[in-house]
Ligand binder design. Structure first.
Ligand SMILES: CC(C)(COP(=O)(O)OP(=O)(O)OC[C@H]1O[C@@H](n2cnc3c(N)ncnc32)[C@H](O)[C@@H]1OP(=O)(O)O)[C@@H](O)C(=O)NCCC(=O)NCCS
Length: 332
């Protein structure tokens, strides 16, 4: 019998805008303090893209980095999947713009909108395409220009978010991180907890929606916090069970980097030492779909992950959406 194909991440790449926006920069534009931001969120600074630097530019740069690290070119890619909630346009897709910028041979491309859970949804989609035998090499990109959708007069949201992109090459062969077990979920009853109210078909953009600031990201922070912790713990437990491993068997935990207090609350539910949880929230803030792959990149660049080691990724975001994935190192 033919051996079951195992989709695996064979390389990762990132792109971060140069401009660093610190908490003291926020002290100059809204009524806040570095102390308040650090104590409530753990965030010290975040990156902000330039005015003429778009989501597709950041995604393309991250993809080029991942391709280079895999020793591949765009010609080796069969499919491009892009996780973003901050696309260049409502239509066309950011994935098709990235396809053109990379010069990838008119391959299929599509965006996946699952907000901060987007990278996990996109990895799961890549796994399904590869393990069905339909494609061999899938480029997974997460790219977000949150700063285009943030109201910089609203102190309760503007301090939280940052811009950035990360990419992974998911392949049917080679040394890498096997996408071992996947759990995904959503609850649209809570869609309005984190929402951009205007600019869609429900409330098309008008002068009034703009003057009412309805084209900006709105979030019920306290409520979101509770759901985030509950859903991330639930998804993690379901995913560990699917993978047939206990939390003690995990080498690393990478939660969505929303807020240090959410990360700590999730970590507390598992037998995993604090130093085994990857944290980037202090320097990048919440970069939505990009947050987990930015942290994953940092981990694989820093650590020599050994064969059979497990990494748990867990996310939560608008939708509401959530998900968890166990990655397991394989050598071929
Ligand atoms: C946003 C968040 C940091 C706010 O922290 P909180 O402890 O819940 O704070 P609250 O919203 O209850 O606000 C408490 C007070 O701080 C004030 N405040 C809000 N933002 C502030 C800021 N940047 N600086 C100073 N004060 C601020 C509020 O106005 C409120 O003042 P009031 O009591 O006079 O009305 C927190 O709710 C959070 O992180 N939520 C999760 C958000 C998230 O990560 N979402 C993404 C998931 S994908």
């Amino acid at each position: 019998m033919a051996k079951q194909v195992q989709a695996r991440i064979i390389s990762t790449g990132i792109y971060l805008p140069e401009r660093i926006f610190t908490n003291s920069d926020f002290e100059k534009i809204v009524d806040t303090t570095d102390e308040w931001i650090v104590s409530r969120t753990g965030i010290r600074e975040r990156r902000i893209a330039g005015q003429d630097e778009f989501t597709s530019d950041m995604g393309t740069a991250a993809a080029q980095d991942a391709l280079k690290k895999a020793g591949m070119t765009a010609a080796d890619i069969d499919l491009i999947l892009v996780a973003t909630m901050t696309p260049d346009y409502t239509s066309s897709s950011t994935a098709s713009i990235i396809q053109a910028k990379l010069g990838a041979n008119c391959v299929a491309s599509l965006d996946i909108q699952a907000a901060c859970s987007g990278y996990l949804y996109t990895l799961a989609t890549a796994k399904a395409y590869i393990e069905s035998g339909m494609y061999r090499n899938v480029l997974v990109v997460a790219a977000e220009k949150m700063s285009s959708f943030i109201d910089y007069t609203d102190r309760s949201t503007c301090i939280l978010f940052g811009d950035g992109a990360a990419a992974s090459i998911v392949s049917n062969q080679g040394e890498g991180l096997f996408i071992n077990a996947v759990t995904l979920g959503s609850d649209g009853e809570m869609a309005e907890l984190i929402v951009i109210p205007a600019g869609g078909s429900r409330l098309p953009a008008t002068a009034k929606t703009v003057s009412d600031k309805m084209h900006y990201f709105k979030m019920a922070g306290k409520e979101t916090f509770k759901h985030a912790v509950r859903r991330m713990v639930m998804a993690s437990n379901q995913c560990l069970e699917k993978a047939g491993i206990e939390d003690r068997a995990l080498s690393w935990l990478i939660p969505h980097q929303a807020n240090i207090r959410i990360l700590e609350a999730v970590a507390k539910s598992f037998h995993i030492p604090e130093e085994r949880m990857v944290k980037t929230v202090h320097k990048y803030g919440n970069t939505s779909a990009s947050s987990i792959p930015l942290a994953l990149y940092e981990l694989v660049e820093r650590e020599n992950i050994g064969e059979h080691e497990h990494i748990l990724l867990v996310a939560f975001g608008a939708g509401l959406t959530w998900g968890a994935i166990v990655l397991t190192k394989i050598m071929k």
